[in-house]
Every structure is written in C-alpha cells, then in structure tokens.
Design a protein around this ligand. Structure first.
Ligand SMILES: Cc1cc2nc3c(=O)[nH]c(=O)nc-3n(C[C@H](O)[C@H](O)[C@H](O)COP(=O)(O)O)c2cc1C
Length: 189
C-alpha cells in the first residue's frame, strides 16, 4: 500500500442557514482532521456552491466540487438536524455527483439543539450514503445541545468533543486507507 500520498478528506458543511451553529462543528472537525499525519483536508461550504435549482443530479455538476470529490479518499458530512432530516440543499449538492463517491469512506457528524446530537439525521443520511456508493464508518460525532458546546464566536466550550472527533477521525482514516488500497490494488473482475 502506498503511504507517500496524503489522504484527502474534505469536510462538507451541510447547511446554508444564516447563523448556523454547524459551522463551528465543521471548523473544529476540519482543524482536528488537519492535525492527523498524512491527511489533507478542507471545508466545503455548500452555501458557496452556486448550483441552479431548476434541475438536479449530474446535470448541474459543479466542476470544482466534482474535482474535490474525485480527489477525495473519504468525506466528512457535518449535518444539522432539521425536523429529524437533513437540509434539502445538502441533498441537492450531494446529488450533483455520482461516480466520484464510489468506494470512498464517509463519516457523519450530527448537530442539533436537542439532546440527541443529530442521531436522527444521521440515520436518515445512511441509506443516501449507500446509494451514492459511499462506505459509512461505524463511528459518528454527535454535537448535542450545540448552543452549549460552542460560544457565539465559535470557541469550543466542551473539550470532550475534541476527543470524540479524534476517535472518529482515526476510524475514518483507517477506512479511507483500506478503501484506497482496494480501489487501487484490487481488481473488480
Ligand atoms: C427548520 C429547523 C428544524 C429543526 N429541527 C430540529 C430537530 O428536529 N431536532 C433538534 O434537535 N433540533 C432541531 N433544530 C435546531 C437545530 O438543530 C439547531 O439550529 C442547531 O443549531 C443546528 O442547526 P444549525 O447549524 O442550522 O444551527 C431545527 C432547526 C431548524 C431551523
């Protein structure tokens, strides 16, 4: 297995809502992932992707987003929980790619104001991940009561989240390496 090339693991922030607290979670995850040896990451903010809304799927593929997903070995999706689901815009963005996702790892970070840390939005995202060809890991991060986890300026108030993100990152990196080995070394014939 080649260890020379860094893994690329972008973090997708799955909401464009004004005042979104998920931004703090996405920044923390990006920062912690970026500290991992052999990992490159960047934050992909779906609010900044100018996708049309009068069509859907690969017809509205955004060249830069597609290139980022093609380059990625794994993804992190940071999603707030909106009535137990994910934002329509996140789905719209995810649907714009297809082959770019296949046999790549994904980890999901749920964010909620309530006590369950987005567990229900994570459950709702799992079948979508499978349909896209992504391979989910068995760790999540759940930012429950996110308004207490971060200060208004984004400063982390509960350090226990750093440990949870690190544990999640280790599992995601293992899966990313394993799947990269498979994509590059194992024939599908
Ligand atoms: C339309 C909408 C629906 C929501 N539904 C839920 C919910 O089902 N469960 C929950 O814990 N919080 C819910 N919330 C609160 C969000 O989880 C909260 O805003 C949190 O900060 C994460 O979302 P944000 O990144 O948009 O801030 C909802 C918020 C909005 C705007």
């Amino acid at each position: 297995m080649s260890h020379s090339r860094a893994l690329f693991i972008p973090v997708i922030l799955g909401t464009a809502r004004m005042g979104r607290r998920s931004l703090h979670a996405a920044r923390l995850v990006t920062e912690e992932l970026g500290k991992c040896a052999g990992v490159e990451t960047e934050l992909i903010d779906i609010a900044r992707l100018p996708l049309p809304t009068n069509d859907a799927g690969e017809a509205i593929k955004h060249a830069e987003f597609s290139a980022q997903i093609t380059r990625a070995d794994a993804l992190v999706i940071v999603s707030p929980e909106y009535n137990h689901g994910y934002s329509g815009l996140l789905k719209h963005v995810l649907d714009s790619c297809l082959k770019e996702y296949i046999h790549k790892a994904v980890g999901i970070v749920g964010v909620s104001a309530g006590p369950f840390g987005g567990t229900r939005v994570i459950e709702n995202l799992l079948p979508v991940m499978r349909e896209l060809g992504l391979v989910t890991i068995f760790w999540d991060v759940n930012f429950s009561s996110v308004q207490r986890a971060f200060a208004e300026d984004g400063r982390l108030l509960d350090e226990s989240f750093t440990r949870r993100v690190d544990k999640f990152s280790k599992e995601l990196i293992w899966m990313a390496k394993t799947l990269r080995h498979g994509r590059e070394q194992i024939s599908r014939d």
